[in-house]
Design a protein around this ligand. Structure first.
Ligand code: GLU
Length: 510
C-alpha cells in the first residue's frame, strides 16, 4: 500500500463546523492506523471569505479534541508552506502549464458579458446556461481571439481569468472508496475558473496541485465535495498526474436529529445544542456561539460520538478511546447513508466518560466552577462531592449546577416535598436527629444512617417516610446524591444548622 498521507484542508471562513471535526478525525484515524502522516493545510485562496481568527480557532479545536498534526501550518514540514495564500507562484506555474498544453485558456469576459450570455441562453430556452464547450466559442477568450490579440490584451493589463477547457462530452469515472464507481458526463461540467482575476487560484486548482505536490494518498472529505471530484480527475489527467492521483472517500452527510435534511447551525441553535467544538464569537456580527467544550462535553466523548457518525466497528462495542478507534478504523466500514446527529447520544457518551473518570480528575471541573464563584474548597472535598455525583451528571458543569447546595445552605425548599412530606412525624424525627447529631464532632455516612435509624425506631416511625423531608431540609431539593454521604461531606455542625433552619422556617407551613 502507498504511504498514507492525508490532509485536513479547511478554509478559514469562520468557526469549524462539527462535521469538519469529523472529517479531520477520519483522516487522522487513517493516518495513525497506517503509521502515516496527518497534514493540516489552510485553504485561504478566497480572500472575500477570509475571517480573522478562524485559522487559530481551527488549530485550537483540533488540539482540544486530540487530533495531532504531523505536518502543516504552525508545524512545518517538507512541503511547506501549508497556507495556500503563500503558494501563489506555484499555482501560477501549473495554470501556465495547462494553457501551454491547450487544456486551459484565458477568458476576458466581463461580468456583463457573462450575464448577457446567461440571458441569451435563457431566452433561447436552454436549461444549461454554463460557460462550457457549448458556449465558449461565442465568448471573449483566447480560444476565439488570435494569439496576438490575446497577448495584446494581457500586455495592456486587461483583467482575465484562466478557465479549464472541459471536453464537450465523454464519461469521467471516479472510484470512490465509500460510494464505489461514480460516473459523470463531462457535458455536465462547466469550464471552471482555475485562476481568478486577482491572481489567486480557485479552490479546484490549488487543491489538486497541493494534493499532488504534498503526495496525498487519500482525500477524505465531506459529501458536498463529490460534485467537484470529476473536475479534479480531469485536472490530474491534464497535468499528467493520473498515476499519482489520491484515492477519494466522500463522507456521508450529517443530518438533523430527526433525519430530515442536512444539519445546520440554525437547527442546532433552535434545538439548543452546540455545533462548534469551541465557543466562537463571529468577528463581523459579534454573535456568540457556545462550543461543545464550554457546554460541558469532554473531548474524548465528543470524539467517540463523532467517530460513530458514519462509521461503525461492526461489533456491539460503543466506548472507544482514540487509540481503540485507530485500531478499529477502516474506510470500508464508513457508510453511504447520511448520519443522524443525535445529540442525546452525545450526552450519553459524555455521561459514560464522566462516570469513568477518577474523582480527583472530576474535582478539577468542580474546582474550576468554584473558582469562578469565589468559593474555596479543598481538592479532597471536591473529589468526594464528585464521587457521589458522577452517576448523576451529564456535563462537567453539572457538579456545580447540581451540587450548589454543598456550598450554599438552602434558602427555599421544594414545595411539592413540603406539601407531601413535611408533617408532624417528620418534625419529630428531624428534631431528635439533629439533637443526636449535635453531640457528634465527626459525622460519617454510617453514623448518620445508624443515628437516623435509632431515632426513627425510638419514635416508632418508618425511616422511609421521613427521608424526603430530611433531604429537603438539607439540600432544599427533592432529589440528589446519596443523602448519608451528603451529610458526611457537610459535617455535623452544618447538618444541624440546616435542619434547625428548616424546622424554624417551615414551622408555619403546617
Ligand atoms: N477547503 C475545502 C473545505 O473547506 C477542502 C475540501 C477538500 O478537502 O478538498 O472544506
Amino acid at each position: 500500500m502507498r504511504e498514507v498521507r492525508v490532509r485536513f484542508a479547511p478554509s478559514p471562513t469562520g468557526a469549524l463546523h462539527i462535521g469538519g471535526v469529523r472529517t479531520a478525525l477520519y483522516n487522522y484515524l487513517l493516518a495513525r492506523k497506517h503509521k502515516g502522516t496527518m497534514i493540516l493545510r489552510i485553504e485561504d485562496t478566497d480572500q472575500t471569505r477570509f475571517v480573522p481568527g478562524a485559522e487559530e480557532y481551527i488549530a485550537e479545536s483540533l488540539g482540544w479534541v486530540g487530533i495531532q498534526i504531523d505536518e502543516g501550518v504552525n508545524v512545518g514540514g517538507a512541503y511547506h508552506p501549508y497556507r495556500q495564500s503563500e503558494r501563489k507562484s506555484i499555482y501560477k506555474e501549473y495554470a501556465q502549464k495547462l494553457i501551454d498544453s491547450g487544456y486551459a485558456y484565458y477568458a476576458f469576459d466581463t461580468s456583463d458579458d457573462l450575464e448577457a450570455m446567461r440571458t441569451r441562453l435563457k431566452v433561447a430556452g436552454s436549461s444549461n446556461q454554463q460557460y462550457s464547450a457549448a458556449t465558449r466559442m461565442s465568448m471573449n477568450n483566447s480560444l476565439v481571439l488570435s494569439e496576438e490579440e490575446t497577448k495584446n490584451k494581457i500586455d495592456a493589463g486587461e483583467t482575465y481569468v484562466i478557465r479549464l477547457k472541459v471536453p464537450a462530452e465523454g464519461e469521467i469515472q471516479i472510484q470512490d472508496l465509500i460510494r464505489g464507481e461514480v460516473k459523470v458526463d463531462s457535458s455536465q461540467i462547466d469550464d471552471k475558473v482555475l485562476m481568478k482575476s486577482d491572481g489567486m487560484p480557485t479552490y479546484h486548482l490549488a487543491n489538486v496541485v497541493d494534493d499532488y505536490l504534498m503526495k496525498i494518498s487519500h482525500v477524505i472529505r465531506g459529501e458536498e465535495w463529490l460534485p467537484s471530484a470529476p473536475l479534479h480527475v480531469l485536472l490530474y489527467r491534464y497535468l499528467g498526474w493520473e498515476k499519482e492521483m489520491p484515492q477519494f472517500a466522500h463522507l456521508p452527510l450529517l443530518l438533523k436529529p430527526d433525519g430530515n435534511g442536512k444539519l445546520s447551525k440554525r437547527d442546532a441553535d433552535q434545538m439548543g445544542f452546540p455545533i462548534f467544538p469551541l465557543t466562537w464569537m463571529d468577528p463581523n456580527s459579534s454573535e456568540l456561539a457556545t462550543g461543545f467544550r464550554e457546554s460541558g462535553y469532554l473531548p474524548e466523548a465528543l470524539i467517540n460520538f463523532l467517530a460513530f457518525l458514519g462509521w461503525n466497528p461492526g461489533t456491539e462495542q460503543e466506548i472507544f478511546s482514540m487509540d481503540e478507534l485507530i485500531e478499529a478504523f477502516s474506510i470500508e466500514r464508513i457508510g453511504k447513508a447520511g448520519a443522524r446527529f443525535d445529540i442525546q447520544k452525545a450526552q450519553w457518551f459524555n455521561q459514560q466518560y464522566l462516570k469513568a473518570k477518577s474523582n480527583e480528575e472530576l474535582a478539577l471541573y468542580l474546582l474550576d466552577s468554584l473558582k469562578a464563584e469565589h468559593i474555596e474548597c479543598s481538592n479532597e472535598k471536591a473529589a468526594k462531592i464528585c464521587g457521589i455525583m458522577k452517576e448523576r451528571v451529564t456535563f462537567t458543569h453539572d457538579f456545580w449546577m447540581q451540587g450548589k447546595f454543598f456550598f450554599n445552605a438552602p434558602t427555599s425548599y421544594d414545595e411539592q416535598v413540603i406539601a407531601k412530606k413535611w408533617n408532624a412525624e417528620a418534625i419529630h424525627v428531624l428534631t431528635g436527629f439533629s439533637q443526636e447529631i449535635s453531640k457528634l464532632s465527626k459525622l460519617t455516612a454510617d453514623v448518620a444512617k445508624f443515628t437516623l435509624e435509632a431515632v426513627t425506631a425510638n419514635l416508632g416511625i418508618g425511616t422511609g417516610k421521613i427521608l424526603q423531608a430530611l433531604r429537603v431540609s438539607i439540600t432544599g431539593g427533592a432529589s440528589g446524591p446519596d443523602l448519608m454521604m451528603t451529610m458526611e461531606i457537610l459535617g455535623s455542625e452544618e447538618v444541624v444548622s440546616r435542619i434547625q433552619h428548616a424546622l424554624k422556617t417551615l414551622k408555619k407551613t403546617i
